[in-house]
Design a protein around this ligand. Sequence first.
Ligand code: AMP
Ligand code: GLY
Length: 426
Amino acid sequence: MKVLIIGSGGREHALAWKIAQSDKVDKIYAWPGNAGIGQIAERVSGSVMDINAAADFAQREKIDLTVIGPESPLIVGMADEFAKRGLTVFGPNKDAAQMEGSKVFAKRLMIDNGIPTAMCEVFDDPAKACAYIESIASKSDDPIVVKADGEAAGKGVFVAKTKADAIEAVNVIMNQRAFGTSGDRVVIEEFLDGPEASFMCFVSGETYVPMLAAQDHKRAYDNDEGPNTGGMGCYSPVPVVTDDVLMFVQDSIVKPTLAALKNMGISYTGVLYVGLALTSNGPKVVEFNCRFGDPETQVVLPLLETDLVEIMLATAQGTLDKLDVRWLNKKAMCVVIASGGYPGNYEKGKVITGVDKAEADTGVIVFHAGTENKNGNVVSSGGRVLGVTAVAGSFKDCIDKVYSGVDMIHFDGAHYRRDIGRRLIV
Ligand code: AMP
Ligand code: GLY
């Protein structure tokens, strides 16, 4: 069969890598992919937001399965267009993708259904938002979390340590419109204290299959310092996500969420990503995403034993309950190498060396994110550039392997965290 992957990041490279292992697949296309994806798929130039052009391509090439990687096309209804044309697609429709597309939608669903999450208030008036900040800051010294309502590529969230920082965040979001129309409303919420974990499920209506949990490292620098990023590294599984936590998350979060969506007439198909904070009062939802995590996918898929294409087809066709999904009893870790300056302004076009040697000598898998081919070289073209990934029997071995791979890879200005997974072995 022919598979089309929409997207161009590290997540999509991991998807292409896993999909290529399926016996069912003869040919993979990527819309538009990156330099790494281009080694296993035929790249087709096009924007992930050009829904009609992508659907025209899928119809013309008789694509059997389209996998939509990023949230942006899902939020504007790419899956709906493919389904309308009778094409098999993996990813939620526009209504379901509001779980990520609107923080207000997701918050209301959680609050109305007793799903544990941070308490919050929503404002469309910056003056009222600031008055609310004044009132809560007078009662508690906890940080105040200020979020733009819509999509902001993981950057529209401010964990403000002071009242002044919280007010400045409202200003950046609502007055300076740093995230465009996502600044029409702000969500101001309680700070959730505790380790975070990402819990993704394959979802087909009310049927779901959990994936192994993953732990992202969102801050740019070692020891969780610096600004929030899309994610600087990951490991899976997550020791603090115990069987009890897994049971609680499924019974008190995933099942009631899918039931609530059904009650609203929404049938969810694809991946539901639950971002969790494991607080002293139990696990609470930090956010929902309507797609695979990035870089969570780079550690979760290498541990998946079952054919991913079989799972995706079953998800899309409503037969997920009949599938036995298996995982390897191993550990995986990914270290993201980013461009100098990321997550702020960064340089592009830097020649990358050492990837082949790292893969050959250390056994790591290097997933490309922001890369392109230029004049016979692979060059950087995005903020997050590569995800160096190791699979091993222990986290200690993962760390040794992944950093020996990372040390062989070079480009001007490259930066990465040295402490991914360190908390697991001290
Ligand atoms: P979000 O886009 O909602 O996932 O937020 C991005 C990141 O901001 C999360 O992964 C957390 O690290 C942090 N964050 C968001 N909401 C909260 C909260 N209520 N309490 C503490 N940290 C938060
Ligand atoms: N790594 C965080 C995310 O995919 O949203």
